[in-house]
Design a protein around this ligand. Structure first.
Ligand SMILES: Cc1cc2nc3c(=O)[nH]c(=O)nc-3n(C[C@H](O)[C@H](O)[C@H](O)COP(=O)(O)OP(=O)(O)OC[C@H]3O[C@@H](n4cnc5c(N)ncnc54)[C@H](O)[C@@H]3O)c2cc1C
Length: 312
């Protein structure tokens, strides 16, 4: 959005402080809010304490034509070294209601956007519900998972959704059923600047030990293939049609390639790890290097899956 930046006008910060009940922090480092652990500060980050609070903030920002950025668990985000000028709105730790609703045909779950997928998967296991085994080991939130249509071999969010409730940029609540939603590979098309607030998921009753076994097997596979000891943001690139991005990167001989503190993982070529002191610039340069080398070798242009935000 090409709106005014908040720093254009300190009055706005005072006004947001008046409007919201939740916390507000100024010039706050963002790297700790991302799994890659790089990036600069947010001019302002707010933590709305619930739906009403968020609606008030969004209506105010809309009136002022001030852009905003929604933060889930930051596990698919690369934040530039100079940080973010838009107002950052963190949904966790609020928005964490998770409830079982008894549907007519099958069990339903209501989940708010800030619920972590770890909590959601555990909830499903505890209630012997099948349908979210695919999300085990994905470190995001329900909101981030829906927006990214996150998933893997066993399924994606699209499979489990019954409906979602979003807040549009004017602060209006809209509920959309699955049939109205345009999911695609690692994407859900939403009206610009909408925020996913909650979802209802349709699941199946199943044998608890069967669900647990599926999850254990999946976790075993993930542990073998993911460089979990280093900060990372999961897959950097989307898989091109009919191909695996990781295999193309590996075939281009790029495993272990390092720029500054950013390195193409030796375990999984589609993951860039922060080996300790990486900057966002290191990661961005490595992304460009990988794209160029894969293009030179295969003629395929890789498209980033991670969201690159802020200033560098
Ligand atoms: C170790 C590791 C393993 C991973 N494995 C997988 C995997 O197997 N499959 C997979 O698909 N992904 C995987 N990921 C990537 C990531 O976890 C998912 O994309 C996840 O769904 C992102 O959720 P998040 O809450 O962290 O979103 P964030 O990273 O915080 O945000 C991602 C994007 O969604 C937007 N957003 C977040 N919440 C909302 C909301 N409520 N409303 C509107 N916009 C919102 C943000 O603005 C941003 O553009 C992995 C990541 C890591 C670090």
């Amino acid at each position: 959005m090409n709106g005014k930046r908040l720093t254009d006008n300190g009055r706005q910060i005072e006004k947001i402080k008046e409007v919201i009940k939740g916390d507000l922090l100024i010039n706050h480092p963002l790297k700790e809010y991302t799994s890659l652990k790089v990036g600069g500060p947010a001019d302002v980050i707010v933590f709305p304490d619930g739906r009403e609070d968020l609606i008030k903030i969004i209506r105010y920002l809309n009136e002022e034509q001030t852009p905003y950025l929604i933060l889930g668990n930051g596990t698919n985000l690369l934040i530039g070294d100079r940080g973010v000028r838009d107002v950052v709105i963190s949904l966790p730790p609020g928005f964490n209601r998770l409830e079982l609703i008894e549907g007519n045909k099958s069990p339903l779950i209501f989940a708010e956007a800030g619920v972590s997928l770890v909590k959601l998967v555990k909830f499903c296991v505890d209630h012997s519900l099948s349908g979210f085994e695919f999300a085990c080991g994905i470190p995001g939130t329900v909101g981030g998972g829906i927006v990214m249509n996150a998933g893997g071999r066993l399924g994606t969010f699209e499979d489990a959704i019954q409906s979602i409730t979003i807040l549009d940029h004017k602060g209006k609540l809209i509920t959309q059923k699955k049939e109205e939603l345009m999911f695609s590979y690692r994407n859900l098309q939403l009206p610009p600047r909408s925020i996913v607030l909650s979802a209802i998921f349709q699941l199946k009753k199943d044998n608890q030990s069967h669900i647990k076994r599926t999850i254990q097997e999946e976790m075993k596979k993930r542990k073998k293939t993911l460089p979990l000891e280093f900060p990372n943001a999961g897959s950097i690139f989307k898989n091109p049609e009919g191909k695996k991005a990781g295999r193309l990167i590996d075939q281009a001989g790029l495993k272990g390639t390092q720029i500054g503190g950013a390195r193409v993982s030796d375990m999984h070529a589609n993951i860039i790890v922060n080996s300790g002191d990486a900057t966002a610039n290191d990661v961005l340069c490595l992304i460009e290097e990988v794209k160029t080398r894969v293009y030179q070798k295969t003629g395929i242009t890789l498209e980033p899956e991670i969201k690159i935000v802020g200033e560098n």
